[in-house]
Design a protein around this ligand. Structure first.
Ligand code: BGC
Length: 417
């Protein structure tokens, strides 16, 4: 539905639409010292160390107050495997009690919980001794899933078992810039197959106890166009989507209840004969590179219409409902984040257009509730509706916070026609 007055147009979202934000445990909790990523940082492989991060582990109630203030009816978060199973086979009652408290607090606030079981980080014992390229990983991961379902399942409304698994698989097994740091295509394919099997097993473990709870995986979509490739772009963008989504999705699509779309940007792909190497840190993939936006901290190009194109593309392949589980923009410090406000309005305008054309989008999670540890980049790029001073851990609302609160509470977005 659209309501128009002279200067503003209001786009209403369907009743029951899920409005939320997302965070991941490793990026916000702090001190996940039994994780492979922790050791990676110790080795100096990331710009900064995650350290105490946002200290969400202790301050989650304060942060949940922000969710209430925003008027969110959902929140996407993750469980840290390395916390609940710090040593092989030794599950921690204390840490499960902690996650119970976190989830119970959300339930008290009437917030639907979307829980991710693996967000790029593994327990160090698992990475050192096994890793996803080893066959044993399937049993270890399934045992972890079973434990989460038994201990916390009554408090989980939606599962995204893996978060964008192709990103850490590519970075951890082909380019080697994420742990476990391999550059080994054979190990890559083994890990891919084991992740697919781990997912399938987890799916059935969850369904056995909670048949009605939706279960899926989140994929990184983005939209790719050509800078100097001419007609070849069709092949390149097909390949890029095949790698990011289809390679895994084709193996597990029978066991997926919804599609979780993560969308950030436009990738303008260039080809450079002089640069035939793999250097993922600088986004060089055997001559193919992605054009940078000099005005953005991570070089990203904002392209709101791309989310509409992605939703159309998803609809062509799947009939399943869609949740947008991440969408956001990296900015620098500053409470006056006009860029994020425009980003929000513009992306929601295109999501609304897709819905009005019959695409079944059921929810939107903005990335992120607050500034957090941005993996290899450390703490400089800021994605939060809330700004964090990482020295004092003081939290302050950005202007976009108030904008998003209006959107969530009214179930509508106001745009300039
Ligand atoms: C990941 C997040 C990350 C964000 C911004 C997403 O693909 O799931 O962990 O912080 O992108 O780079």
């Amino acid at each position: 539905m659209e309501i128009e007055n002279q200067n503003k147009k209001t786009l209403k979202f369907p009743e029951g639409f899920l409005w939320g934000v997302a965070t991941s445990s490793y990026q916000v909790e702090g001190n996940n010292s039994n994780a492979d990523w922790w050791e990676w940082e110790e080795k100096g492989k990331a710009k900064e160390k995650s350290g105490r991060a946002c200290d969400y582990y202790h301050q989650f109630k304060t942060d949940h107050n922000f969710l209430t203030e925003l008027g969110c009816n959902t929140y996407r978060l993750s469980i840290e495997w390395s916390r609940v199973e710090p040593q092989e086979g030794e599950f921690s009652d204390k840490e499960f009690a902690h996650y119970r408290e976190v989830l119970q607090d959300l339930k008290k606030r009437n917030i639907k919980t979307q829980v991710t079981l693996w967000w790029w980080v593994s327990p160090l014992w698992f990475s050192k001794k096994y890793g996803f390229h080893s066959k044993e990983s399937i049993d270890f991961f399934s045992r972890y899933t079973q434990k989460v379902v038994d201990e916390l399942g009554d408090l989980i409304d939606i599962y995204q078992v893996f978060n964008e698994p192709m990103v850490p698989l590519g970075q951890g097994y082909l380019s080697g810039v994420f742990p476990p740091g391999y550059r080994n295509p054979i190990k890559f394919f083994k890990a891919l197959n084991n992740i697919a099997s781990s997912y399938q097993k987890s799916y059935h473990i969850i369904k056995e106890k909670y048949p009605k709870v939706p279960v899926g995986v989140s994929y990184l979509y983005n939209w790719y166009e050509s800078d100097n490739l001419g007609f070849l772009i069709a092949i390149v963008s097909w390949f890029s989507k095949w790698f990011r989504v289809d390679l895994l999705d084709n193996k597990i699509k029978e066991e997926i209840d919804f599609i979780a779309v993560q969308y950030y940007r436009l990738g303008k792909i260039k080809f450079d004969w002089k640069n035939i190497k793999l250097d993922a840190k600088n986004q060089v993939y055997f001559g193919f590179t992605i054009k940078e936006n000099e005005n953005n901290l991570m070089g990203w190009i904002t392209y709101p219409k791309g989310i509409y194109k992605v939703l159309k593309q998803v609809k062509k392949k799947h009939d399943a409902p869609i949740y947008i589980t991440e969408n956001g923009v990296p900015t620098d410090v500053g409470l006056d984040d006009k860029e994020r406000i425009i980003f929000l309005r513009e992306h929601l305008k295109f999501i609304h257009q897709a819905i009005s054309e019959g695409i079944d989008v059921r929810g939107y999670n903005h990335w992120s509730l607050m500034d957090n540890f941005e993996w290899l980049y450390g703490y400089r790029p800021r994605f939060g509706l809330i700004e964090i001073d990482f020295k004092t851990l003081e939290r302050q609302k950005r202007k976009s916070f108030y904008e998003y609160a209006k959107i969530c509470k009214n179930n509508e977005v106001e745009i300039d026609p």
